[in-house]
Design a protein around this ligand. Structure first.
Ligand SMILES: C[S@@+](CC[C@H](N)C(=O)[O-])C[C@H]1O[C@@H](n2cnc3c(N)ncnc32)[C@H](O)[C@@H]1O
Length: 264
């Protein structure tokens, strides 16, 4: 067995992630990033390090799951967006601008674009722009290509699938141009302290900050507060929370779904 195959076996046993569920290139990229941070020269050396340092198990698990996403992840949040948040914005604005921060491979911004498209059907003059950003350029390339397998699309219903995707011969689905046109994909580091735009109507930043320190999380909340228009919405991941130091910056809109509004 070669060094990579042997390492994969240990990963499956210790980290409880089935490497074969992921593209080999993706797994290798993530392991290489851990190798750089642990100063290990090759898969064999990293394998030894993993076995000798139990704390590396969690760090590697985080590295491997960091891009994980899917269409309409946590469908209840998207239901609130569809029924309440987007219609509210459409009644008050001719042009809606949303920042999807930490968009990974694009499933989240495309999910929002599907909802926005339904809204535009009701408000033909409405203009929607979604800024979708991530630090990972490889993930962004996949996002721009907009090609997904059926598993990632399991929360997309048949009607939406037919309307918004082109079925390809290899069994994958490609996002149709009318959704791609709404989204501007950009590389952006959330730790840069600079927002992608200002006077935004909503910011979604979900399942991104779990690996950030408290200080960085607070700085990010301040960054989003500064980037939002008055009353703008801030949507966090379901397991994320606002720190004490920054909770006064936002008012709860739907606490269960982690939806907030910019406080005056
Ligand atoms: C688990 S994915 C979340 C995807 C999507 N928001 C969701 O909830 O399904 C986390 C993403 O955050 C990105 N990320 C991590 N640190 C970042 C940073 N400093 N700036 C921008 N993006 C970052 C990662 O590259 C990854 O694509």
């Amino acid at each position: 067995m070669d060094a990579f195959a042997s390492l994969q076996r240990s990963i499956e046993r210790l980290v409880r992630i089935k490497c074969s569920n992921y593209k080999e290139d993706y797994i290798k990229r993530r392991i290489l990033s851990r190798m750089r941070l642990t100063n290990t020269a090759d898969f064999e050396a990293y394998h030894k390090y993993l076995l000798a340092n139990p704390q590396e198990i969690d760090l590697l698990r985080n590295a491997l799951t960091i891009n994980v996403t899917k269409f309409f992840r946590d469908p209840e949040v998207f239901e609130v967006l569809r029924r309440e948040v987007l219609p509210d914005l459409a009644t008050r604005r001719k042009s809606i601008r949303i920042w999807c921060a930490g968009c990974a491979t694009g499933e989240e911004p495309y999910s929002i674009a599907i909802l926005a498209h339904e809204l535009i059907a009701l408000h033909p003059d409405l203009n929607v722009t979604i800024y979708a950003t991530d630090i990972d350029t490889v993930a962004l390339e996949k996002a721009k290509a907009g090609i997904y397998d059926r598993k990632t699309l399991e929360n997309v219903d048949e009607h939406q699938l037919r309307k918004h995707f082109i079925s390809r011969d290899d069994g994958t689905f490609e996002v149709r141009p009318h959704l791609k046109e709404i989204i501007k994909f950009r590389q952006h580091d959330l730790m840069s302290g600079v927002p992608i735009a200002r006077y935004l109507d909503a910011v979604t930043c979900r399942n991104v900050t779990i690996y950030f320190t408290e200080r960085q999380k607070n700085e990010l909340a301040r960054l989003f507060h500064g980037a939002l228009a008055a009353d703008g919405y801030y949507i966090m991941g379901k397991t994320e929370y606002l720190g004490r130091e920054v909770e006064h910056l936002f008012a709860s809109y739907n606490i269960t779904q982690k939806i907030f509004r910019k406080a005056a």
